[in-house]
Design a protein around this ligand. Sequence first.
Ligand code: SF4
Ligand code: SF4
Ligand code: SF4
Length: 335
Amino acid sequence: MISTPHSLFLVLTVARINSLEGKKKRVPHALAWASDRTKRVSRLRFISQLLFLFVMYYVSIVAVWKGLLLALIIGVTAVAGRFFCGWICPFGFYMDITTSIRKLLKLPHYALPVKLNSALHKLRYVILLVVLLLAVPPFLLGTASLESLYRLVFLRSPFNPYTILIEPLQTPLTPWVPPFGALFAFDGQSISYPYAGEFLAYITSKDVAWVLAFSFVVLTLAASFAVRRVWCRFCPTGVSIAALNRFKHLQTLPPLHIDKEEEKCTKCGICKRVCPVEVTEVYEQNGGKIKTSMCTLCLRCIEMCPYKGCLKLKMGKTTIMQSRNWLETQTRSGT
Ligand code: SF4
Ligand code: SF4
Ligand code: SF4
């Protein structure tokens, strides 16, 4: 429950945001990026996602190194948590674009009930387990050889089901026609979409596979239009090593994390409302390192928390960025 002073604060905050929205129009367009500090990180993130989309187009040329790509994602996650999800993943970017379109149309989003959101996040682990069991590693069976290692690096049989884990990296345009097929192909280029190729690879009837793949595209885009980052709620690739934090010796992982100073938190609830994957821990946790495997490290909560130093992005003990009194800053700058 939000107490009366907090409700009052929320009303004043919203009123202030609305008044700032009105005044913002006077800022020259070229200066908008610098002046609107409540969107600066989000815009930087957009640039990062766009840049990596181009990078992924070229990486897909050497996509034979799929196993190494997967190892790279896991390695990045070990150091930077789900930074990959917030700042790099192409599928996450597509969902952010649908969210931006919805915002342009001034339509509201739908927030999932907390219990359902939490259940979906737990479901990720089950999906991951199923994917891993689809190819029982020879390493576990004690039959590993150099040949097995080679096959793992290239995600070839029996490890090809693991390609599901790098599907979110699929760019809309690929400079080759994948062996499993694409939604459309022309002039050596192909148009694809995350997971669409998996339908085409595993379902023998091409017509059925194509209908399912196309339905998946429409469904996920439509769902992410209404629910922010909908697929991220149960994506097996997004399973964070935050789960490993439960083990005593691994609690320092990942070193890049969000930290909260409880004394500065007024429980205004802004962090909870702006979070694209509806993480509640930043709001609820009583200070310290935010421990949740749901956080994609998009930093929107730090960007929007209106109290200086209440939320921080830290690498180990070093602060990289922190929340600011952005209402005051904007008032002083006259925007
Ligand atoms: S959870 Fe999956 S789809 Fe979402 S950003 Fe992470 S890897 Fe991409
Ligand atoms: S962490 Fe910041 S945004 Fe979240 S409830 Fe506390 S003061 Fe508000
Ligand atoms: S908790 Fe903050 S950084 Fe994490 S996903 Fe939510 S808004 Fe982004």
